[in-house]
Design a protein around this ligand. Structure first.
Ligand code: ADP
Ligand code: MG
Length: 599
């Protein structure tokens, strides 16, 4: 048994660094927060090599006094709180006094600063925890900090650093979060000497547009609600929903946070207007008495704890619900659908009035995935496979006499409500959920093809390009082998544009851009290794969902029969990918009972 020893200070800081600055973007976030706490009017960020080689943050805030410079790097040394009381109502972003100590333990840091009282600036260097003397330096008022060669002395940590493009994408996200929170401050960002962002001090609305794109700002509604606390910002309309959570920004007193309670309240507010697989886009700002929220519960302070959780949940839900219902009055869901097709694609089938109001039509979902006008014949073809018996298109349903001829799921009679296929077999009536059944068939086909390494790829005549965020572009570049394995060819056209050049042949009719986005989301969230192993079924579901026939597609009798025949030869087709049944049977005997006919 080894003896118990106190760890050396440097090792303690290196351990802390693993939590607080797990990648360059996290170090950038800490430096940006330090700058914000110094009340600047301008912050400049220069990155080299995604932040791995250099992160430089320059601000014109109040600076650090000469004698305090060495303490800036001391563990648990802070100018921001002095007592437990202060902690309970902390209004600054920092308060633990450990970021600079952690960063200096795993990088070469140069700090120069000048307070308004100083005649010139002073500088100090810290490297692997060792400090130099304080020396005079040249700098206008404020602070400049250079962090070079992150993790130079911690190779295990360096192994987790990804490509330059991925690290830059994360760093840019950290920058965007801070820029969103403080529209009153001007920001610039350069990467490898090239300008990436220039933000003047502006209104919140203008800042949101500048950071998240005018497209988002135009498709969003303003939220401004107060009741002791205040919620402001923009909530994206359902039609602007996303397949990933990457356009969700929630700030508590200027701090970007991810909170389950808040997410839940927002999701509830969107529940009736958004399909469950889509994610709303929003930039929302909560102002709340600092004493009512505990920000000291997470290493990177990205999670918080609210004192009156229930009341807060209600407040957020109602504020958003109110804002969202204002939009519903102006445009019916059906009109929102129609409006979404102005991109040139047409729905394959006319949108029929919804006869059953208990069936929720997720219009945000459909709006993002319009069927192409030409999809119908191709869909028809995918259902027919040589050797599978299919009734003639205008087949009169067989009678119960031809026992040996009758397939288990029988022959189609009609389509009900744009959703169900009604068929007749030897025993009676068969009702099939056509989307669920088709999704299952496609799912099993892709799965078999993947297992047998026979997944056919279909090159697109015209590659489909789409705007993507940098993380998606980086994920596409990093995961080429996996993407090829699952039948995709996705190439970067620019740091923010991707092009789909090939898709799995079974998915040739799906919306290629939307399909690629969803697949990249899975690859990004779970990593290349896991998407093909433990997350494989989820990936297959994502893919299958895009190929499957959507509700309200009008199917001919022949198409319906083809689907029934496919179901009969597809393993596990009795359930959809989500475990719900795809069909059930009502026998004539059951019907007789219902009508109290004694036969
Ligand atoms: P914390 O932010 O939790 O106090 P840090 O380790 O991040 O801890 O910073 C230590 C101290 O260094 C801060 O309390 C602050 O006094 C000073 N400091 C760091 N960066 C700046 C800056 N850009 N401007 C002014 N002071 C700074
Ligand atoms: Mg700090």
């Amino acid at each position: 048994m080894a003896a118990i020893r106190v760890l050396p200070d440097l090792l303690i800081d290196q351990i802390a660094a693993g939590e607080v600055v797990d990648r360059p973007a996290a170090a950038l976030k800490e430096l940006l927060e330090n700058s914000l706490d110094a009340q600047p009017s301008q912050i400049t960020v220069d990155l080299q090599n995604g932040g791995i080689a250099l992160i430089r943050v320059t601000d014109d805030g109040h600076g650090i006094a000469r004698d305090d410079l060495p303490f800036a790097f001391a563990r648990h040394a802070t100018s921001k709180i002095h007592s437990l009381d202060d902690l309970e109502r902390v209004a600054t972003l920092g308060f633990r006094g450990e970021a600079l100590a952690s960063i200096a333990a795993v990088a070469h840091v140069a700090l120069a600063s000048r307070t308004p009282q100083d005649k010139h600036a002073w500088s100090i260097n810290a490297s692997g925890g060792a400090l130099t003397e304080v020396k005079p330096a040249a700098l206008a008022a404020g602070t400049r900090i250079d962090v070079r060669d992150l993790y130079f002395n911690t190779p295990a940590r360096r192994k987790f650093v990804r490509s330059e493009a991925t690290e830059f994408a994360h760093s840019e996200n950290a920058f965007r979060r801070v820029a969103l929170a403080r529209p009153d401050i001007g920001f610039t960002l350069t990467h490898n000497g090239r300008a990436q962002g220039l933000l003047k001090p502006q209104s919140l609305a203008a800042r949101i547009g500048a950071v998240l794109g005018d497209e988002f700002a135009a498709a969003a509604i303003a939220v401004d609600e107060s009741a002791g606390l205040r919620l402001t910002g923009l909530a994206g309309l359902p039609a602007y929903s996303r397949s990933a959570r990457d356009a969700q920004f929630f700030f508590v007193n200027g701090r970007f946070v991810r909170d389950k309670l808040v997410s839940h309240a927002i999701r509830q507010a969107y529940r009736d207007v958004l399909h469950h697989e889509r994610h709303p886009a929003f930039a929302l700002f909560l102002e709340i008495d600092p004493a009512r929220v505990d920000v000291n519960v997470h290493p990177a302070k990205i999670e918080v704890r609210f004192r009156d959780a229930h009341a807060l949940h209600q407040f957020i839900f109602h504020a958003l619900n109110k804002a969202l219902s204002r939009t519903a009055a102006g445009a019916s869901p059906a009109m929102a659908d129609a409006a979404a097709f102005t991109d040139g694609t047409l729905p394959a089938a006319p949108f029929m009035p919804q006869p059953d109001t208990t069936v929720r039509r997720p219009y945000g979902h459909q709006a993002q995935m319009p069927l192409h006008a030409g999809a119908q014949p191709a869909f028809y073809e995918t259902l027919f496979r040589p050797g599978v018996p299919v009734a003639p298109p205008d087949a009169v349903p067989q009678t119960a006499d031809d026992t040996h001829e009758m397939p288990p799921l029988g022959f189609a009679l009609a389509q009900l409500s744009g959703i169900y296929i009604l068929a007749q077999n030897n025993r009676g009536l068969v009702v099939v959920d056509m989307h669920a059944a088709h999704e299952r068939i496609v799912y099993e086909r892709i799965k078999t093809a993947l297992d047998q390494h026979t997944l056919a790829t279909q090159s697109l005549l015209i590659p489909v390009s789409f705007a993507a965020d940098r993380l998606d572009v980086a994920a596409a570049a990093e995961n080429q082998p996996v993407l090829h394995e699952i039948g995709f060819d996705i190439a970067a056209l620019s740091p923010t544009t991707l092009a789909v050049r090939a898709v799995p042949a079974v998915l040739a009719d799906a919306d290629a851009a939307q399909l690629a986005r969803d697949v990249l989301r899975d690859v990004r969230e779970y990593g290349a290794g896991r998407v093909l192993t433990e997350r494989r079924n989820e990936l297959l579901s994502t893919m299958a969902c895009h190929a499957a026939v959507r509700a309200n597609r009008k199917l001919g009798i022949a198409e319906m029969n083809a689907l029934l025949r496919e179901m009969e030869i597809t393993e596990r087709s009795g359930q959809c990918n989500h475990g719900r049944p795809t069909w059930f049977e009502v026998s004539v005997a059951d019907l007789d009972k219902m009508f109290m006919r004694g036969r």
